[in-house]
Design a protein around this ligand. Structure first.
Ligand SMILES: Nc1nc2c(c(=O)[nH]1)N[C@H]1C(S)=C(S)[C@@H](COP(=O)(O)OP(=O)(O)OC[C@H]3O[C@@H](n4cnc5c(=O)[nH]c(N)nc54)[C@H](O)[C@@H]3O)O[C@H]1N2
Ligand SMILES: Nc1nc2c(c(=O)[nH]1)N[C@H]1C(S)=C(S)[C@@H](COP(=O)(O)OP(=O)(O)OC[C@H]3O[C@@H](n4cnc5c(=O)[nH]c(N)nc54)[C@H](O)[C@@H]3O)O[C@H]1N2
Ligand code: SF4
Ligand SMILES: [Mo]
Length: 687
């Protein structure tokens, strides 16, 4: 028996644990006490992170679709077919989806493959559905799109304002830091349409209507300015745009009375929230999908930034705009340039110097993709249905859009227009059903690599067992396809460390990192530009990453979601997560200990609303939108705001995304997964 220390494959908190290995097979998880992130503690997903690894459903051999059926193939046959097909398309007829579930090395390889081998400008991944608003919004006002403070630092806060984050279910080990702050006397304010387990620990709960965040935040800011609670010195020395912000938020639209009408929060609660937040001395904002997944996602993010600049809560312990990144390596997949506009470390593809740097660094004899922005995954799905034939070929690594993208009927149409689809995954997921070739990948426990957590901490995965059957590491698969296409020289790597070192040489914020330096409990936070640099746990301590070093305040007018309730579809539908399940369920639904807890989906509906519709708890009902309908058990509860219903999106048999709207934020192109109009119907009893 041995212990192999590694980091969790689920959320962006980045907890560490030991994998217990018995006779070469992973059999359990044991605590690793020395991690400064989780100090040996784990949430249920971490505790059972071994259970899916050796599930019999793991993909073990490549599959090729022949006459509509998958048949097992040798690697040689599969690679040959993929290479031939890939070579037959023009560069921009191909698109690649990278993955927030795989390592930095795997993502870097995919980015290089897309831009260097396929020479396509179209590469993106699920960050689009997640924190695209954060990346765009925070970069615009602070010059960097990442979480500003560290996780441990949250425990130093005097007032934690959680808005649109169900921290205790989705980032449980960050939730622990909130409780530590509370134990030291911090006030916790929670804004969410649902009175979640997170909300139940708060000192002040603001129950509000989905999609009214900007109104709520502007209302708080008006109250702060009217009472003179703003941090004048911080605004004067470190920010631009105060007059513009003030002009907007002081409008009568954002008086306590009006904001109360729009949001549904009683005026006195908004006032108390504003006062606690402005006067605490160190106030932190924690946010996640409740803020970002809106057609106003970028506006919502900038409003959080506005509140922090107005009150001077940036660049110090216990403060900050803490965008909690979701997937284990979504921060890393973005850092690795798996976005349609940047190379690694956000070096813009339209910047000629960056374009030259990568072309020179990679040495493809026939050049690399043009320095133009490509399609976001959400735009890509629209192009597939609206301009069939423009994109013919899609290579998806570690994503499951047939459950996770909005409006699944639309996604299905889109995927069916493709001439050639390759899916590389650890399980045969719902998307793979549409594939021409499926490639079996090794999971986190079967490979070395690094991943970057929400606090920009770059930590290691360490191989604990061999992959099942003939499955291989993701970057190795990518490199073998490249070799078959004649680009072996550009993918010469023997180990993950080789990939990392090449990446670091082209990536300023990772340039000072090596496997040797990362191989310690605290690892390193980027930016870490040189090998003697200690890393950077807190951003913006003295100046922002803007050209003049100042943060940018902006006036943000409130806008309603694209689709609001009417007499036909009278409820707001919002969607999200449960502590027991992970996204499309490929891993958690194959973990017996997790699946047992919440084995199917539900629609949460307020007790009063349910009474009016004659619906009882656990009764199966129909949920219908303009996109589609599902049958799903009701969960009748006083904890959700009247007029709002909630469905978790984990379950294929009652998939929330059959219902959701494919409406996008104009800048971030993130879908409005958190608000559309829905009707709930009692199913007529059979006579
Ligand atoms: N157990 C578990 N943990 C996870 C994940 C998982 O699948 N399962 N996924 C990970 C990923 S990728 C991500 S991105 C994070 C997401 O983490 P969270 O954002 O915390 O999770 P969600 O459940 O999507 O949404 C959070 C809350 O937003 C509320 N909400 C809905 N509409 C609105 C609104 O209009 N405004 C506001 N302010 N709030 C609203 C919902 O009621 C919900 O309680 O979780 C990560 N952690
Ligand atoms: N309605 C609604 N929809 C949403 C959201 C919402 O709140 N509401 N949230 C959105 C958000 S924030 C996110 S992040 C997305 C997530 O959307 P996805 O990323 O599509 O969801 P996952 O289930 O995490 O899919 C990841 C895939 O990676 C595979 N995988 C795991 N490990 C590996 C590996 O090592 N190698 C390879 N090759 N594959 C691997 C898994 O088996 C799975 O098929 O969903 C989005 N969709
Ligand atoms: S909090 Fe996140 S990283 Fe930590 S054990 Fe749970 S899922 Fe894993
Ligand atoms: Mo996410």
């Amino acid at each position: 028996m041995k212990y192999v220390q590694t980091t969790c494959p689920y959320c962006g908190t980045g907890c560490s644990f030991n994998l217990v290995v018995d006779k070469g097979i992973v059999t359990g998880v044991a605590p690793y006490q020395r991690s400064p992130v989780n100090e040996g503690k784990l949430c249920p997903k971490g505790t059972y992170a071994h259970e899916f690894i050796n599930n019999p459903d793991r993909l073990k051999k490549p599959l090729i679709k022949k006459d509509g059926k998958f048949v097992e193939a040798s690697w040689d046959e599969a690679l040959k077919l993929v290479a031939e097909k890939f070579k037959s398309y023009k560069p921009d007829e191909c698109a690649c989806l990278a993955s927030a579930r795989v390592s930095n090395e795997d993502n870097y390889a995919m980015m290089k493959f897309a831009r260097g081998v396929l020479k396509t400008k179209h590469i993106d991944h699920c960050a689009r559905l997640c924190h695209a608003s954060t990346v765009a919004g925070l970069a615009n006002i602070f010059g960097s799109g990442a979480m500003t403070n560290s996780i441990g630092d949250i425990a130093e806060s005097k007032c934690v304002f959680i808005i649109g984050s169900n921290t205790f279910e989705c980032h449980p080990l960050i939730g622990r830091r909130v409780m530590q702050a509370k134990a030291k006397g911090a006030k916790v304010i929670y804004a969410d349409p649902r009175y979640t387990p997170t909300g139940k620990q708060a000192d002040l709960y603001l129950q509000f209507r989905s999609g009214t965040d900007v109104a709520l935040l502007n209302g708080m800011m008006q109250e702060i300015i009217r009472n003179g609670w703003e941090n004048k010195e911080f605004i004067q020395n470190r920010c631009n745009g105060f007059d513009e912000l003030k002009k907007e938020v002081m409008k009568d639209d954002y008086s306590l009375e009006n904001v109360s009408k729009i949001t549904g929060v009683p005026a006195d609660k908004i006032k108390t929230a504003a006062e606690w937040f402005a006067k605490s001395g160190a106030s932190a904002i924690l946010y996640s999908m409740g803020i970002t997944q809106h057609t106003t996602g970028v506006d919502n993010v900038k409003s959080c930034g506005n509140l922090q600049m107005l009150t001077g809560n940036l660049g110090r312990p216990g403060t900050g705009v803490n965008a909690l990144r979701g997937q284990n390596n979504v921060q890393g997949a973005c850092d690795m340039g798996c976005l349609p506009v940047v190379y690694t470390a956000y070096q813009k593809v339209i910047d000629e110097a960056a374009q030259k740097k990568f072309a020179d660094g990679w040495k493809f004899p026939d050049g690399i993709a043009k320095g133009e922005n490509g399609y976001e995954v959400t735009t890509l799905m629209n192009v597939l249905t609206e301009k069939p034939g423009e994109i013919k070929c899609l290579y998806i690594m570690g994503e499951n859009p047939m459950i996770s993208d909005p409006d699944l009927t639309h996604v299905e149409h889109a995927l069916k227009t493709l001439d050639f689809l390759v899916v590389q995954d650890i399980f045969l997921n719902e998307t793979a059903e549409f594939a021409d070739v499926v490639l079996p990948a090794a999971c986190y426990a079967e490979k070395d690599g690094t991943q970057t957590s929400t606090e920009r901490r770059v930590q290691m995965w360490r191989k604990a067992q061999n992959p099942p059957g003939e499955a291989k590491g993701d970057w190795e698969i990518i490199a073998s396809i490249a070799a078959k296409m004649g680009y072996g020289a550009q993918f010469p790597w023997k180990t993950s460390e080789d990939v990392f070192n090449e990446m670091a040489s082209l990536t300023p914020s990772y340039a000072g990192m090596t496997y040797e330096r990362l191989n310690r409990p605290e690892a390193l936070h980027w930016p870490c530009p040189t090998t003697d640099h200690p890393g950077t746990p807190i951003l913006h301590t003295e100046k922002f990453g803007m050209p003049d070093g100042k943060g940018l305040m902006t006036g943000i007018p409130f806008k309603w979601p694209q689709e609001v309730p009417d007499s036909e579809y009278p409820f707001v539908l919002t969607t999200g997560r449960s502590i027991w399940q992970w996204h499309t369920g490929t891993m958690t639904r194959r973990s017996a200990s997790l699946e047992r807890e919440e084995p199917t989906g539900w629609v949460e509906i307020n007790t009063e609303d349910a009474k009016k519709l004659g619906i009882a708890d656990k009764e199966k009902v129909k949920a219908k939108t303009r996109r589609g309908e599902i049958t799903i058990p009701a969960r009748v509860t006083p904890d959700i705001m009247p007029g709002v219903v909630f469905i978790p999106f984990h379950y294929a048999e009652c998939a929330a995304n059959v219902l959701t709207i494919n409406a996008l934020d104009p800048i971030a192109k993130i879908p409005e997964s958190k608000a559309c109009a829905v009707k709930i119907e009692k199913i007529a009893e059979a006579k």
